[in-house]
Write a protein that binds this ligand. Sequence first.
Ligand code: NAD
Length: 480
Amino acid sequence: MSAHLTTVAGVPVDTRHFIGGERVASTETFTDVSPIDGSTLGEISRGTAMEAAAAVAAAKAAFPAWAATPRAERARILHAVADGVEKRLEELAIVETCDNGALLRSHRRGVMPRVAHNFRFFADRLLTLGHEDFDTRGHTNHVSWDPAGPCVLITPWNAPLMLATWKIAPALAAGNTVILKPAEWTPLTASLLADIATEAGLPAGVLNVVQGYGSEIGDVLTSHPDVRRISFTGSVPTARHIAASAAPNLTPLSLELGGKSPLLVFADADLDLAVDLAVEQYDNAGQVCLAATRILVEETAAEEFTRRFVEKASRLKQGDPRDEATDIGPNIHPRQLEKIDGFVQRALAAGARAVIGGHRKDGLYYAPTLLTDVAQDSEIVQEEVFGPVLTLQTFTDEEEAVRLANGTRFGLAATVATGDPDRAARVSARLVAGTVWVNCFFVRDLRAPFGGSRHSGVGREGGTWSFDFYCDLKNTVTAP
Ligand code: NAD
């Protein structure tokens, strides 16, 4: 076997970059480790400024031809990529699970089908894009979505291929070329996607993948004058850094960042549903940007809610994410576990009470945790933990519920559980959030705008909003 191939759960994965349609190795590598058991998955090419610049050059060279490719042909190729994803769905699912520790059953049934859907949706959307021409004193206004150029897409490890393709698909559909920089903790499925895209007939240089550390190659990509869009999903500190790096070129940015979303449970809610929604927040071991980690319960319902929550949460099975029966897998990395435990121990020291959990378990597993007696201005309520840690606060009326819900610097999502449709409408209207779910959670439709307010992000992607971001919109005014 080539020195540049590793085999993960029986699936061969190329460990090199993918630049201009070729596999390119770096002199140095970094070790990719599985959070499931700490085993080494592969030695991955550790990108340098040279490979990063080469990827931008390849994307720039491929741009004119891809931008000029008829929409229908671009859409056809993107559907072929989706076909390839579906054909290799099992392989993608198991490799992703080994790499980031998320549940295999979720990858099989939810995440990887969504990856394919990302390509199909934006391919189809491209074909329906259009504005009505309109008239100004006899002149015709015609608005077009023109391809913008090479796009740098930087993604995190918590849902690697899903988040990458959520950006890649509209960027490519729009006629742009792409340089993807996957997270260094989860480099594998991006490499498989490069193979799938090649097999689907995507021309060389249209999709490039550069592996490596953000701290080492990020600036080369984000400060490059030939890059015309940067879409980033990740943390607020990195977003600040990227925004500064992109500023001299005024490169347009889309930023999808962290959250500290609330789940508001009113006493008139279906309490079993509210408990289901709350326990669901432990999904992906709490490593979900949208997770409603702050549970706000109306005081009169708090005791019963907590009793039912504990009962349900105690039935969760924590263990190997490859096991179909597992509900919660490991967290991603020892550093992340340290961070999670640090938040929890500081909260406990400040007077919080652990209703459940509050401690580490073996390996990279953290006990699902619910903390009460937490102050609104405390660190545990204000900062994103990104682990299976929820807080519970109570409120006495709608006014207080909204105040607590809106009382952080984030604004990604919010969930409202109530049996009163008027209340649902009133409260939703007052919440600062990119998405509000009423009596449900994580129902996503790619036609909808997605993004965060305040420090949860800049801009919206999804549906036509993705094309608005990835394109240079142009109005052509023609005289009669
Ligand atoms: P991170 O900011 O540490 O890293 C994200 C990516 O940025 C990685 O690929 C990393 O290599 C890269 N990076 C790091 N430094 C860089 C630099 N200087 N220049 C360019 N790139 C650089 O975030 P993370 O810990 O990997 O991800 C978790 C965060 O992502 C959480 O805050 C979570 O809420 C957020 N997130 C948001 C969404 C959303 O849609 N809003 C979705 C998932 C995750």
